[in-house]
Design a protein around this ligand. Structure first.
Ligand code: NAP
Length: 676
């Protein structure tokens, strides 16, 4: 078989490995399949290219353009994923593992593409939170905004998910508007290189948006500035080394770390063997131990079960693990493939020996394996290995040593407090799961454990059919954890995009804030509409353009009519004495919904035109009661515009309903879809 030269992509050119390259072996056959590494890469030139070519090109686009780009990339990768499946078998991964790594990575791109369109503005500035009132009369306001950093995102990835690990970082980075230099783990970098090649060949990304280092990255990190971000996934040891690089500290380079984690799963006290929760627990433990041969940062390492159920759990987990078919990952019946390399196997076996000093090795002998279609002397195979630790309070290694393979330790707990105490001994984890149907158990665990874990996963018979799995980080949810897990956060929807942006507090007058954010803010100038805004296309509407309506008097007959017409005969609208006894009202008051309806009657232009639909209201506040005899008028201002499809966009209007004394009685944002 030809040995693949795993190339780097440097400033627009593919570069071969040189004499400094490392050889890479198949996890399954042990044969050399690739070589990667070049110690003469122009790493400073790569940073320069990203900063001066990729960054400006990405920042020329708005968030929605970049979200569309992610969607196109996801679609393109999806069409070419068979190539990635084919090469990934050599990493020891099964087809089921590919679905997590390759399809999971593509799915993550799709989610960020869709969230980017729905949750980010169609422009260059993200508005973070509400306007802050910094002055009495509102002439000086505050607003937080986020804009893309002007450096490069350096992505250093672990070996276990060469595609997902790359795409889950790339999606938020590109969406933010930052270029990336990716450095995959060398052992599986040949898969990442294929994925990068597919992405670059698509022509979807602007020049300089993506570069690749295959092998060592040399002194690249010594050139970083405060505008760069390092996003690292790997071992705690490497993270500590990289965090300690003087330039990273001197320049306060943002460093996001995802490290190892001694994740726990707790069987709730209610989940006895006769409940569906018990079987669910056993299934989750089995899946987490065997998927990717346990080389998953979120895998269950500690199985925590009630002491009176420990024998039942031990038996059920052992039976299920014992049935696992291990072997050639290309074989469709094989459930667990190989570890990624001989070195990884040696590391796992060394760590297993440490764990065995405090826990009984109850299942899985690496020297007595039955493999399907594979040679144990050539590939990096190990069986699922289960340990039992009778005294988890006295033990340390089971809470501290991460054997990055199909290895877990079962331990008993006395009561729920004890279970949580054990789970928290991981020193900060990515995820802990609790299988329970008891809401009080869930509440107690959250109170004592949430601070120690990046994610808490609860599952039971009600959610199991649609649950996503203890070990699956989702693009919508934060992935990361405190302490040992690295103290970082990735993904979590738009939260993940913020790592690649600078938050800036903006202070100024309402007009200045409106201009910066492209968003009319209260107090900013309003331009009287010369023609009715409903007669204007999306493109013609100007931010701040305002329609002032005539006034309408509210009568007692209106209130009566509305009450009987709608059926809303709440006493505050119908009974003068009862309304007076209420601390909020001077007597009978108009319905809030009547005010909204009359407001629409005042500002709507009835004829067919560019306004296509009313899609909702946001932030509705009734500020002052309206009593019969009062009159109301409306100021309708264009607040913000967002292009949505090729034919129409969303207009956000600021609606202010004002009484005869010029006091606001209700305010809200109205959303309409308007043709261009
Ligand atoms: P690793 O040895 O720490 O390597 C991680 C990455 O760092 C690799 O790309 C590696 O490149 C690179 N690296 C190592 N030394 C470097 C240096 N001096 N300068 C720049 N880059 C350097 O970890 P791994 O063995 O690949 O992954 C297994 C570990 O990752 C496990 O401990 C696991 O728990 C953790 N992990 C965590 C998560 C998470 O999301 N929290 C996910 C997956 C894995 P080379 O390959 O070229 O050495």
């Amino acid at each position: 078989m030809a040995i693949q030269n795993v190339q780097s992509f440097v400033a627009g050119h593919w570069v071969d490995p040189n004499d400094a390259a490392r050889t890479i072996q198949s996890a399954v056959s042990g044969e050399t399949i690739a070589r990667a590494g070049n110690d003469a890469l122009d790493v400073a030139g790569m940073l320069d290219h990203a900063r001066h070519v990729g960054g400006p090109a990405l920042r020329k686009l708005g968030f929605h353009d970049r979200a569309r780009m992610l969607k196109a990339l996801a679609t393109h990768l999806s069409a070419h994923k068979q190539v990635l499946y084919d090469v990934s078998f050599s990493t020891g991964a099964t087809q089921a593992d590919h679905l997590i790594d390759i399809d999971g990575g593509i799915g993550t791109l799709f989610v960020f593409a869709s969230k980017g369109r729905r949750e980010l503005p169609d422009g260059p500035v993200f508005i973070d939170g509400s306007i802050e009132q910094l002055s009495k009369s509102g002439s000086f306001l505050g607003q937080h905004i986020c804009t893309p950093l002007k450096g490069t995102a350096i992505h250093i990835n672990a070996f276990n998910f060469p595609v997902w690990g790359m795409l889950e970082k790339l999606a938020p980075t590109l969406l933010a508007g930052m270029p990336a230099i990716i450095k995959p783990a060398t052992t599986t970098g040949y898969v990442a290189e294929r994925a990068v090649r597919i992405i670059l060949d698509s022509g979807i990304l602007p020049e300089g948006a993506l570069q690749l280092v295959s092998g060592s990255m040399g002194a690249m990190l010594d050139h970083l500035t405060h505008q760069d971000v390092v996003s690292f996934t790997g071992s705690a040891q490497t993270a500590l080394h990289l965090r300690s690089i003087p330039v990273i500290q001197q320049n306060s380079v943002r460093f996001v770390a995802e490290q190892d984690s001694l994740n726990a799963s707790i069987l709730g006290p209610d989940a006895t063997p006769d409940t569906p929760e018990f079987e669910l627990f056993v299934k989750e433990v089995h899946r987490e131990m065997t998927t990717k041969a346990g080389q998953k940062c979120t895998a269950i390492r500690r199985i925590i079960a009630p002491e009176d159920l420990i024998t039942s759990v031990l038996d059920a987990v052992s039976v299920r693990l014992g049935r696992t078919i291990v072997g050639d990952p290309r074989d469709k019946d094989v459930q667990m493939g190989a570890l990624v390399s001989a070195a990884q196997k040696e590391d796992v076996l060394n760590k297993v020996a440490d764990i065995a000093s405090e826990a009984e090795h109850v299942l899985g002998d690496p020297d007595q394996m039955t493999l399907r279609g594979a040679d144990p002397s050539k590939g990096a195979f190990v069986p699922p290995m289960l340990f039992y630790c009778a005294d988890p309070d006295a033990a340390t290694s089971v809470h501290e040593i991460e054997a990055f393979g199909p290895v877990a330790t079962l331990m008993p707990y006395k009561d729920l407090d004890h279970a949580v105490e054990l789970a928290n001994r991981g020193g900060g984890s990515l995820v802990a799961s609790v299988i329970t149907r008891d809401g009080e158990v869930a509440r107690s665990v959250v109170a004592e454990a949430a601070s120690h874990h990046g994610r808490l996963y609860f599952n039971n018979r009600d959610s199991m059919a649609e649950s996503t799995g203890h070990g699956s980080p989702l693009p919508h949810m934060v992935h990361g954890g405190p302490g040992r897990a690295g103290g970082g956060e990735e993904m979590g929807g738009i939260r993940g995009v913020m790592h690649y942006m600078q938050r800036t507090a903006i202070q100024g007058s309402p007009d200045v804030l409106s201009a910066i954010s492209d968003n009319w803010v209260p107090g900013a100038k309003k331009e009287d509409a010369s023609i009715h805004p409903f007669r204007q296309t999306f493109d013609a509407l100007k931010i701040g353009e305002t329609l002032h309506t005539d006034a309408r008097k509210i009568t007692l007959e209106d209130v009566d009519h509305f009450a009987h017409f709608t059926g809303d005969t709440f006493y505050a609208h119908m009974d003068e004495e009862a309304a007076r006894r209420n601390p909020f009202f001077p007597g009978r008051v108009a319905h809030g919904y009547l005010l909204l309806s009359f407001a629409a009657g005042l500002f709507v232009d009835p004829d067919e035109g560019p306004v296509l639909a009313n899609t909702g209201l946001d932030g509705l506040r009734f500020m002052k009661p309206v009593v019969p005899g009062d009159s109301i008028r409306v100021a309708l201002s264009v607040k913000h515009k967002t292009r949505r499809t090729a034919d129409y966009g969303e207009v956000r209007w600021h609606v202010s309903i004002i009484n005869q004394n010029d006091e606001p009685v209700a305010e809200y944002a109205l959303l309409t879809m308007n043709a261009y």
